[in-house]
Ligand binder design. Structure first.
Ligand code: NZQ
Ligand code: ZN
Length: 376
């Protein structure tokens, strides 16, 4: 795969951020400093006026982000540069909208972003391939005080640019690479595994992304500095949630909404919640997803023998085995969670009005219960 020289990237930062910008670099914990990415970004910004805000945690919190909002307002900053993974980028999107919001910024999350009228421009330097946040207009923030993890989106939140340098992923812990593979996989599934609408290209693209993730997974986990594999992972994760495969087709997202509650309550990594929920959801929804499950089994997993019911069972089993093979458990019990957790998640779903989920809006609380109990 063609590889650019890293000094080419420095040139890009310099041309993409206006000379007169008052920049805020946002980042997470220690990784961006340790890996040298922050130093590279600082150097590339040259003589621009630059402030920094570190400490954005995984599953970024409203409480932390509001401190960044205060800094932006106090220093009249006008360009946000997110350096990190989905959490830093999502957090920056919240700051971009909240800094210019008249009123209590948590309303942005409560209203799913529909009330955003203005936002600061954002650029991103991606260090973790997983969420697609680098090329979409969505984000998810958590209010720790109330254990609410809510998504929001708005066209004003598309990044102005994103720098995707696969070598930035070489320092990732294996666990985060596995998480990224699963997150991108489930993003694709949420937009593909619904019901047929004769969207031939969207289907083939989605199947290509799924097959690519399955193909590269072992090497992506085993060889941290295999540039080609990491480049394929990065590009696949971006394409999995940049709007392309979801254009004009039904979408599910129930796995994500139920998963968000598991993260908010039990602090389980985002992708790991998806691996718990998805196989159980496919089992419970196997009738309404019947045609697409057969197509998925045949085209992605090459399952061509047995009755239709057997083929669907095999497709779901292959999905579960893929996640488990990456060291990601697919049962609540792996986290020592049982029936109490089922009840707690259901209460959360109700209080967040997540009571009509899925492509048919038929995942009510009773069905979410069946899904969660199937995941025990
Ligand atoms: O905090 P630091 O020290 O930077 O460490 C991070 C963090 O601990 C580390 N890391 C990132 N890049 C690294 C690195 N470590 C070494 N080398 C590097 N190059 O990785 C850890 C996890 O980072 P995080 O950003 O939390 O992971 P991810 O990218 O998986 O983002 C998860 C968040 O994105 C949201 C999730 O809900 C979750 O809050 N999502 C956002 C979406 C969107 N905007 O479209 C869609 C997704 O479905 C998802 O919901
Ligand atoms: Zn996700």
């Amino acid at each position: 795969m063609y590889r650019r020289k890293s000094d080419t990237f420095a040139f890009h930062y310099a041309t993409l951020v206006p000379e007169t910008a008052r920049v805020l670099i946002l980042y997470g914990g220690a990784s961006a400093e340790k890996t040298g990415t922050l130093a590279e970004v600082r150097a590339a910004l040259g003589s621009r006026s630059v402030h920094e805000f570190g400490g954005i945690e995984p599953n970024p919190s409203y409480e932390t982000l509001m401190r960044a909002v205060q800094l932006v307002r106090a220093e009249r900053l006008d360009f946000l540069l997110a350096v990190g993974g989905g959490s830093v980028i999502d957090g920056s999107k919240f700051v971009a909208a909240a800094a210019l919001y008249d009123g209590e910024p948590w309303e942005i999350a409560e209203q799913g972003g529909a009330n955003i009228r203005r936002a600061l421009p954002i650029g991103t330097v991606l260090t973790l391939p997983a969420t697609g946040s680098e090329m979409n207009n969505g984000a998810v923030v958590t209010r720790k005080a109330t254990q609410a993890k809510l998504p929001f989106r708005n066209p004003l939140l598309f990044p102005q640019f994103s720098i995707l340098d696969p070598s930035k992923t070489f320092t990732l812990p294996t666990k985060q690479v596995a998480n990224g593979l699963v997150d991108a996989y489930v993003h694709t599934i949420e937009q593909y595994l619904t019901y047929p609408v004769q969207a031939l290209v969207q289907d083939r693209f989605a199947e290509g992304l799924l097959q690519t993730l399955i193909e590269i997974a072992p090497q992506a986990v085993a060889a941290p500095d295999d540039y080609t594999t990491r480049a394929n992972l990065m590009w696949t994760a971006t394409l999995a949630l940049n709007g392309l495969i979801g254009a004009g087709v039904p979408q599910d997202w129930a796995t994500h909404m139920i998963g968000h509650e598991l993260t908010a309550l039990y602090d389980i990594d985002h992708a790991r919640t998806l691996a718990i929920v998805l196989p159980a959801l496919l089992e419970v929804q196997r009738d309404s997803k019947h045609a697409k499950l057969l197509q998925y089994g045949a085209r992605v997993w090459n399952i061509s023998t047995g009755s239709e019911a057997e083929r669907i069972t095999a497709a779901i089993a292959s999905t579960r085995a893929f996640f488990e093979g990456l060291g990601i458990p697919t049962r609540l019990s792996a986290y020592e969670l049982g029936q109490d957790a089922v009840e707690a998640v259901l209460r959360q779903l109700e209080s967040h009005r997540m009571t009509a989920l899925g492509e048919h809006r038929d995942i009510d609380l009773a069905r979410s219960r069946r899904i969660l109990e199937a995941a025990l």
